[in-house]
Ligand binder design. Structure first.
Ligand code: ZN
Length: 352
């Protein structure tokens, strides 16, 4: 199945996307993807921010990342609410994401202080019931996906009645590797990005983007592109253009391509092949198959480098590290403020 993955040190970014969610026997998995309208809002902001003369000495990616970190996590829990799911499922998810909170100074709070039961949200909410809103119905977008960090409850990007983290189908049947999916998606919710999009990862060179020469588009009964009668294979653009993803080229690029190189790449650490944020890609996605640098088996657990990243970005309350991070984050947010306003205007114009 197509899985997830991310960063050596933490990343940055913007768009979350891509995970291969549901595995259906004999079929390509769906790639993790944010709802199009949410993605559009993020991209508008990203473009605007890229034009702002703010970034200063910080590269764009770093700049975006620092704004997505939960700023007060060391002292204030990150709240989580559910739409659907029984008590046992909610408890399992809570237990699993505790692995993240043990890696850094942060805590997830799942419990409504009034009822002493799991916090809940609904699609008719007009104010945010929680920072992270989990759903299982695939309403906004099918599959598994999560907003990146504070985007989860940023009113310029998402509404109180919208899910910020989707675990579609968990209420019907828990997938065998459900814990890995929960770890990956909550990694996004803390601000982590995909390993294959790290500027230093080198995955761009490994991926087999284009079809084999002379490939004749050939689809199976599911609408998936498959090897043609002469054994020529579809490339990534073609594979993802077919079922079950139906992605256009620009969407493939935003979800799969490496982030641009910038002066802060050195902060990202080396490519971490064991990261829970690293996707599993079928060998056919790579020029060199299983020998590709970016190929690895599916990662199911939070890696040591994942934990180091969380420890770095969520340091202890009262520490100098936290003080430095907060100053950097506040400075960056201040520079971004005009962009926020501009983004809001554009969002209003584009929402029907
Ligand atoms: Zn992901």
């Amino acid at each position: 199945m197509f899985t997830r993955s991310l960063c050596g040190l933490m990343l940055v970014v913007v768009v979350a996307s891509t995970l291969f969610a549901q595995e259906i026997a004999g079929r390509l998995p769906t790639v993790e993807s944010l709802p199009d309208r949410v993605q559009a809002r993020i991209e508008v902001r990203t473009r605007a921010a890229g034009n702002a003369h703010n970034a200063g000495r910080f590269g764009m990616q770093y700049f975006m990342f620092i704004t997505k970190r939960w700023p007060n996590a060391a002292s204030t829990p990150i709240t989580v609410a559910f739409l659907g799911g029984d008590r046992q499922l909610r408890q399992r998810i809570q237990d699993t994401v505790t692995e993240w909170s043990q890696a850094g100074t942060l805590r997830f709070d799942f419990i409504d202080p009034a009822s002493h039961t799991f916090r809940e949200w609904s699609r008719s909410d007009t104010s945010f019931k929680a920072n992270i809103r989990v759903a299982f119905d695939g309403s906004e977008e099918a599959g598994y996906w999560s907003m990146i960090g504070v985007d989860s409850s940023d009113p310029t990007i998402i509404k109180p009645g919208e899910a910020s983290l989707m675990l579609q189908g968990f209420t019907t049947l828990l997938p065998q590797d459900w814990q890995a999916t929960v770890r990956h998606e909550f990694g996004h919710a803390l601000g982590l990005l995909h390993e294959h999009q790290i500027p230093v990862g080198g995955c761009d060179q490994d991926f087999r983007w284009e079809d084999d020469t002379g490939y004749v588009p050939t689809q199976d009964s599911y609408g998936q592109y498959i090897t043609d009668a002469q054994g020529r294979r579809p490339g990534i653009y073609t594979l993802l253009a077919g079922a079950p993803n139906f992605w256009q080229k620009d969407k493939v690029n935003s979800n799969m391509r490496q982030l641009a190189t910038d002066s802060h790449n050195k902060d990202f650490g080396a490519f971490d092949a064991k990261s829970i944020m690293k996707y599993y890609f079928d060998p056919s996605f790579f020029r060199d198959g299983t020998a590709a640098h970016c190929y690895s088996d599916e990662n199911l657990t939070i890696s040591d480098e994942d934990k180091q990243g969380i420890a770095k970005w969520y340091p202890p309350f009262g520490s100098q590290e936290l003080s430095n991070l907060l100053k950097l984050q506040q400075d960056t947010m201040r520079q971004l403020a005009p962009v926020h306003n501009m983004q809001q205007v554009q969002t209003l114009q584009s929402i029907k």
